[in-house]
Design a protein around this ligand. Structure first.
Ligand code: FEO
Ligand code: CA
Ligand code: CA
Length: 633
């Protein structure tokens, strides 16, 4: 695109150019057959907005309360809590490492609310990564025990919770559903990459089972009640020297995914297990970067890495049932200039037989998105995977792919980024959550930021990523043809370009549906995860407000009403935290979220100040209205 973003905006705002007005979701315009109609009867957001702040506490609007539900180190069994203060002062003992396997993990991210058949309530919570600089007084070079504790603090927790009479929630110790899955839990590899040569290691010569899941960022709940937990920045854990690898294919794919990473020094996993050294186990990194399906209803069940959904830095995996019964899973690859994907199952969802759905995600078609400058777009097939009766796979790659993907079609799933590059997909500004909104019947995608857009050697701006040096981020709405998630073409618009309404720089200014936001609208940057409420309001959790290049305020939760176009701030977090896992209870009366890494990047806090801890502790909180009404009422 030859124009500067400001020129596009100018045209949009002057209403001389209908196409460009539509870029921002202009009302009533026909774009590719889609009418963005305003629902005049929709319910306005009733709560009084708060504003970004730097206070050392959680802030919620008037009339609401919040309370911590569970924190890092809280015991899920009947044993002792983790001894977080002693671990900080003296480092972890062998016993502490054993306790971490039974205690709530670090850096909670995704939060999923589930009901068991016998009416109990469970939370499934991801533990994305660890902050050695906050967990340990002496962290400069992790000791083996520090590394072992951190490996066990990763993964996810399933925990039963109960509501109390005052509207708060507490977790249930020793519930039969409580479970930890960590960086060392055995996990089965399923789908088209199972048993592939690149999936084999010395400890697993058949390429069928991995130790653990790592960097579980966001996730999604399937229509059959399993959790799709997503491995995001898995490269962070691998050390070694890529130039010393003999195999050019291995070397090339590792390079495309940033393996190894200098971040591995913070974790030191390669010091406790050779599998994290790419020179000792060149293939172990291929066994991460997947969507992992966990059945929280069966604590004995073995989690499964579903390779048909592709390998990349998975932010989340949000599913929806298409009108014909096939299940569509939307996914973002969170790195600068990466892609938005979707997977369509081969078979149909069976609402009457849970068991019949348990392997639905092993067969289907993987697509990547191309956003055209005419505000239309298409889903480009990467490959189709089907299972033979003997368990082997028939893989049909896109015929336009280079020969290496035709010769070895499982590479479409192992080197998904390479396949998407070859097919000309659109490089986006760090795709985070991509989620179907059942009320607007459209897909919402968060593009958190990209400070390299338009810089030398990188992709220039385009209509879908219209800001150079996009530090504030934006949100795209994808309108699938016929409002059918299984469609292969769509139109799109940009409801929000994030920023501060009081900025004078159009690149940093908050723009909602093409209009400069008025000065009383709260500033927002770095949108990350969504939750959609019963009315179709889009709840947006942020990860990046505190940065000196953005708002220098705490991260928060914001709500966009896509019908009235109101935009308010609902919650402000603790210093240095990001907010993750926005989620609702099934009666919509509680809002849950994760307060991840309070105190990161030098922000001073010991939140949640629970009286027993001298260190900050990542936690899940619940928010409710004192009048007992639905949270958005
Ligand atoms: Fe882990 Fe993309 O956030
Ligand atoms: Ca995220
Ligand atoms: Ca994030």
């Amino acid at each position: 695109m030859g124009e500067y973003f400001g020129e596009i905006l100018q045209k949009a705002l002057s209403r001389r150019d209908t196409l460009k007005l539509a870029l921002f979701g202009g009302a009533g315009l026909m774009v590719g057959g889609f009418v963005n109609s305003l629902a005049k009867t929709s319910q306005p957001l009733s709560f009084k907005t708060i504003y970004p702040n730097s206070e050392d506490r959680i802030t919620v609007p008037e009339g609401l309360d919040y309370k911590v539900v569970i924190r890092w180190g809280d015991a899920l069994d009947n044993g002792e809590n983790l001894n977080w203060d002693a671990i900080y002062e003296d480092g972890p003992t062998d016993q502490d490492i054993e306790r971490q396997k039974k205690c709530f993990g670090y850096n909670c991210d995704f939060v999923g609310f589930l009901k068991t058949p016998d009416g109990r309530v469970l939370l499934a919570v991801n533990h994305e990564y660890t902050n050695p600089e906050l967990m340990f007084k002496d962290f400069s070079a992790p000791t083996p025990n520090q590394s072992k504790l951190m490996l066990e603090a990763h993964g996810l927790s399933v925990v039963e919770i109960k509501r109390k009479s005052d509207g708060s929630w507490e977790y249930v110790r020793n519930s039969p559903y409580n479970r930890r899955i960590t960086g060392s839990t055995p996990i089965e590899i399923t789908g088209p990459a199972r048993g592939h040569n690149l999936m084999k290691t010395s400890y697993d010569p058949e390429g069928k089972e991995v130790k653990g899941t790592l960097n579980n960022c966001a996730a999604g709940i399937t229509p059959w009640g399993t959790v799709l937990t997503c491995e995001e920045n898995f490269h962070s854990y691998f050390a070694g020297n890529r130039d010393q690898l003999q195999d050019d294919l291995v070397k090339g794919i590792h390079q495309r995914y940033g393996v190894p990473s200098t971040r591995s020094a913070n974790y030191g996993f390669h010091n406790i297990d050779n599998r994290f050294n790419i020179n000792q186990e060149p293939n172990e990194a291929f066994r991460f970067g997947w969507v992992v399906e966990v059945d929280p209803m069966d604590p004995q069940s073995k989690p499964k890495k579903r390779t048909a959904l592709g390998r990349f830095k998975h932010e989340a995996a949000m599913s929806v049932v298409a009108p014909d019964g096939r299940v569509v899973v939307y996914m973002g690859d969170d790195e600068r200039f990466e892609y938005i994907y979707k997977f369509i199952t081969k078979s149909r969802f069976n609402p009457n037989n849970r068991q019949a759905n348990m392997d639905l995600l092993d067969e289907g078609e993987l697509y990547v998105a191309k956003f055209n400058d005419n505000l239309m777009g298409e889903w480009i097939l990467i490959a189709k995977a089907e299972k033979n009766p003997d368990g082997s796979y028939r893989i049909t790659p896109n015929p336009n792919l280079p020969q290496e993907f035709k010769d070895d079609p499982a590479l479409c799933f192992i080197n998904t980024r390479g396949a998407a590059d070859a097919l000309g997909a659109t490089k986006m500004d760090r795709p985070e959550d991509v989620e179907w909104n059942p009320v607007t019947k459209s897909v919402w995608a968060a593009l958190t930021n990209n400070d390299r857009r338009g810089t030398s050697g990188n992709s220039p701006i385009d209509y879908a990523n219209p800001r150079a040096n996009n530090v504030m981020g934006h949100i795209i709405e994808i309108k699938e043809d016929n409002q059918n998630p299984a469609s292969l073409s769509f139109s799109w618009s940009i409801p929000i370009l994030c920023g501060d309404p009081n900025s004078f720089d159009p690149n940093r200014k908050l723009i909602i549906y093409g209009q400069f936001a008025s000065s009383d609208v709260p500033a927002i940057s770095a949108p990350d995860n969504f939750a959609i409420d019963r009315l179709g309001n889009v709840w947006i959790a942020t990860d990046g407000n505190p940065s000196s290049s953005r708002l220098r305020k705490n991260d928060g939760v914001y709500v966009l009403n896509p019908f009235t176009r109101e935009f308010k701030m609902f919650l402000s977090g603790a210093p240095g935290c990001e907010i993750c896992g926005p989620e609702f209870s099934d009666d919509w009366k509680t809002f849950f979220c994760a307060i991840q890494h309070p105190g990161e990047s030098g922000w001073q806090t010991r939140w949640p100040y629970d009286g027993t801890a001298n260190v900050p502790r990542p936690s899940v909180i619940a928010v409710w209205r004192r009048d007992g009404r639905e949270i958005f009422a």
